[in-house]
Design a binder for this molecule. Structure first.
Ligand SMILES: Nc1ncnc2c1ncn2[C@@H]1O[C@H](COP(=O)(O)OP(=O)(O)OP(=O)(O)O)[C@@H](O)[C@H]1O
Ligand SMILES: [Mg+2]
Length: 248
């Protein structure tokens, strides 16, 4: 197994708040990892800290991606190395069409010119597979998109950008049952033996159509339990009380 991402004993926070408190996680190429945990546990913070979002401060620990320490790289450099993160609440960006944004991002990430005809062809294929309205890509990025359309648009970005690691922060929340299935389909289309996915979720539904290798429970800034897909089912039935008690 070849290591793709290694998070070693990371402590991080925002302003004067400690959020991640000794977090360890290793993701190998080809794997699907899921992180679950109560609201406010630090899941989105973890995603942001991996991407070195300047709103967060890493106090100690190391993040190694594809054999390289990325602790001090800027967010755009980390994205260029091949880490993609979908936002829990995607922003509306007026002034750039979704199509042009995707083209621009693809160009920035790949460092190569994007051939319009080929790109549009590929985009059409993904839009069909994701049951999206083809007119959406002509509209300004996420502007006036429904909650579900925004989330599917994140999956479209992942497919177009072909990252080595995709971090999906609650991409399934607010989606109807059919859309959740479509999102899992998108993940399966993206997934291969060389890349990996880290799914942050509160729901089991998205996991039903995916092959999940590990489920981690994140409580109060640390991973307190790791298991297989059955751990997600257990959490659905029993909640997080038991894991919180482990902490005390
Ligand atoms: N930029 C910030 N400034 C101050 N506090 C923050 C910041 N980001 C996160 N926090 C706090 O850190 C804690 C963890 O937040 P985070 O968003 O990582 O939780 P989460 O596990 O993703 O929760 P949810 O399941 O609700 O999305 C919360 O108490 C939150 O208020
Ligand atoms: Mg969150």
């Amino acid at each position: 197994m070849e290591k793709l991402l290694e998070i070693k004993d990371v402590y991080a926070g925002a302003y004067d708040k400690d959020i991640l408190k000794g977090l360890n996680l290793t993701i190998n190429k080809g794997e699907v990892h899921v992180i679950m945990g109560p609201n406010g546990a630090g899941k989105s913070t973890l995603a942001n800290v991996i991407l070195n979002n300047p709103q967060y401060i890493k106090n100690s620990g190391d993040i190694i991606f594809d054999g390289e320490n990325i602790n001090n790289l800027k967010t755009n450099e980390i994205a260029q190395k091949g880490i993609f993160m979908s936002f829990q609440s995607p922003e509306e960006i007026p002034g750039i069409s979704t199509l042009n944004f995707l083209k621009y991002a693809k160009n920035k990430i790949s460092g190569e010119p994007v051939k319009s005809f080929k790109f549009k062809f590929l985009l059409k294929k993904y839009i069909d597979e994701l049951n999206m309205n083809p007119k959406l890509v002509e509209r300004n990025l996420n502007v006036g998109f429904s909650g579900g359309e925004k989330k599917k648009n994140e999956i479209l970005q992942m497919l177009v950008l072909e990252p080595k690691l995709a971090i999906l922060d609650e991409t399934d929340s607010g989606l109807d049952v059919d859309a959740i299935r479509t999102v899992s389909k998108g993940i399966n289309m993206y997934k291969n033996d060389d890349n990996a996915v880290l799914i942050i979720t509160h729901n089991n539904k998205i996991l039903e159509n995916l092959h999940v290798d590990y489920v981690h429970v994140l409580v109060d800034g640390k991973i307190v339990k790791t298991g297989d897909a059955s751990l997600a089912t257990q959490i659905e039935k029993e909640g997080y009380e038991k894991f919180k008690k482990v902490e005390e």
